[in-house]
Design a protein around this ligand. Structure first.
Ligand SMILES: Cc1cc2nc3c(=O)[nH]c(=O)nc-3n(C[C@H](O)[C@H](O)[C@H](O)COP(=O)(O)OP(=O)(O)OC[C@H]3O[C@@H](n4cnc5c(N)ncnc54)[C@H](O)[C@@H]3O)c2cc1C
Length: 454
């Protein structure tokens, strides 16, 4: 019996082959996937996932877990001889425990669905990113996703209390813990968070919920230098108790997106534009305090100007520029995602921009980032970009990241696209320990081989 026959015998029409396999299983949002897999399994339960993995392990069949396919590192892309396990049918909120402030959710649930369910129960699910409509909770955990609320509530890892995962041999590891404190040996959930489908398939999670803010105050500030960006961040962290976003746009990025959206916020284009956002809880004086803060930093010369959104529509206009969807229309756009010590980001961006523009004079290069989380994004687009040219871009940027002792991936993960650069951010000893963990949990190497580790 072939592996496909064994899977069909066990899982029936949950197994798709041939023409039943749609194009969406080919590539994640990096658009770097080239092949359709030889089969797609769409389990409906953890039992199905366990049965599928047990068979694949016996046949030494490589498996690629897929969530919402919004990843940007090629981590969910299959080869033609691999089998995809897609979590798309395992959706639903199983429980909201309002005493523990937790949500138990199936891994295939889209993030936005989970966010809405939390809100209806009077809570905030703090994991949030632009791909919220399509990405899944399992994918968010597997990539340890970041996003725009990290400054207040941490990365995905910080908002997971428990999880259930199926190991390569079909063992179901259920650690659906709801407690914040639980010091009983190794924290097994952390092996799977950020492992990009290489150590197990996540099937359920217990997520931590927070009080739902009553509203948000949003301002757009104009600054003259990166030193002021850092100084303003420190002041905001000290003086704005509910600071929930601090997003920085360099002049090139801000100017490009304002022009594309036909928006003009300041008389002259500032060197830096920062969105500051603060959660409110319906208490008197919150808006006055926010305005007073901005007035003071203006008087102190940290900012040259500030606009406070008077309506949700105005706040959305600030965010539209930050989200930068107009950039998607540029040819061969890549969004590099790196981390650096906060104080070094300004110099890094200057050096990186100079190096990229010297190598590719016709390219668009611009910078934006979650500076408070030490995260910088680099938007690069070359009119006639070839794969070789994009590899050279990676080589230039990651060599510089290595010199600044930064990280080649702040939030998108390693997947396949950054795999060959892992040693710019991790020592030989760290990579060797990762290999040992992989060998212990997946001795036959069937789970997402070639991703993260070569
Ligand atoms: C418009 C846009 C905005 C984005 N913004 C951000 C952002 O602000 N911050 C950020 O961090 N990322 C961002 N991303 C990247 C992406 O959305 C995240 O990495 C997201 O967490 C991926 O989730 P997914 O369900 O789409 O996973 P997929 O792309 O399907 O998979 C990602 C990886 O996780 C593995 N995987 C998926 N599901 C499981 C599972 N159940 N068990 C085990 N492994 C699994 C896959 O094998 C793969 O290695 C953005 C992407 C887009 C397109």
């Amino acid at each position: 019996m072939t592996v496909i026959e064994a899977l069909v015998q066990s899982l029936g029409d949950a197994v798709l082959t041939g023409d039943q396999i749609g194009q969406r299983y080919r590539s994640d949002a990096s658009l770097s996937g080239r092949s359709l897999p030889k089969a797609v399994i769409r389990p409906a339960s953890v039992g199905d996932v366990a049965a599928a993995l047990k068979i694949c392990n016996e046949y030494r069949q490589s498996v690629v877990p897929q969530g919402g396919m919004t990843g940007l590192a090629g981590g969910a892309n299959p080869n033609a001889d691999e089998i995809v396990i897609s979590l798309e049918r395992m959706t639903g909120i199983e429980e909201i425990d309002s005493d523990a402030a937790t949500m138990t959710v199936l891994a295939g649930t889209p993030l936005e669905v989970a966010q809405r369910a939390a809100e209806e129960a009077g809570f905030l699910l703090p994991i949030d990113l632009g791909a919220r409509g399509s990405c899944q909770i399992g994918g968010n955990l597997a990539t340890n996703a970041g996003g725009i609320r990290v400054i207040r509530h941490g990365v995905t890892r910080d908002n997971v209390l428990g999880l259930e995962a199926v190991l390569a041999d079909g063992t179901v590891l259920s650690s659906l813990n709801k407690m914040v404190k639980n010091n009983t040996g190794y924290d097994l959930r952390q092996f799977f968070i950020g492992s990009e489908g290489t150590l197990g398939i996540i099937t359920r999670a217990v997520l931590r919920l927070r009080p739902l803010p009553a509203g948000r105050l949003t301002a757009l500030c104009a600054l003259e230098s990166y030193a002021y960006v850092v100084a303003l961040l420190k002041r905001a962290q000290q003086q704005l108790p509910g600071l929930s976003a601090y997003e920085t746009m360099w002049e090139g990025y801000f100017g490009f997106n304002c022009a594309a959206e036909d928006l003009r916020f300041f008389e002259t284009l500032p060197a830096f534009a920062v969105i500051i956002e603060q959660d409110t809880h319906g208490r008197d004086g919150e808006r006055d305090a926010f305005e007073a803060f901005l007035g003071q930093v203006l008087e102190d010369g940290l900012i040259g100007d500030a606009l406070i959104a008077q309506s949700e529509k105005e706040a959305e206009a600030f965010w539209r520029v930050r989200e930068g969807h107009a950039l998607d229309r540029l040819p061969s756009l890549v969004n590099l995602d790196v981390s650096l010590p906060i104080g070094a980001i300004g110099n890094f961006a200057d050096e990186c921009g100079t190096a990229l523009c010297a190598a590719f004079p016709a390219a668009h290069v611009s910078f934006f980032g979650h500076v408070a989380d030490s995260n910088l994004h680099i938007a690069f687009s070359g009119p006639d970009a070839t794969a070789g040219m994009l590899h050279e871009v990676d080589t230039i940027v990651y060599a510089l990241v290595g010199r600044y002792r930064g990280s080649i991936s702040a939030e998108h993960g390693i997947g396949i696209l950054k795999r060959d650069f892992l040693d710019r951010s991790r020592s030989p000893a760290e990579i060797e320990v990762m290999r040992r963990v992989k060998a212990a949990l997946d001795p036959n190497g069937i789970l997402n081989p070639g991703k993260v580790l070569g």
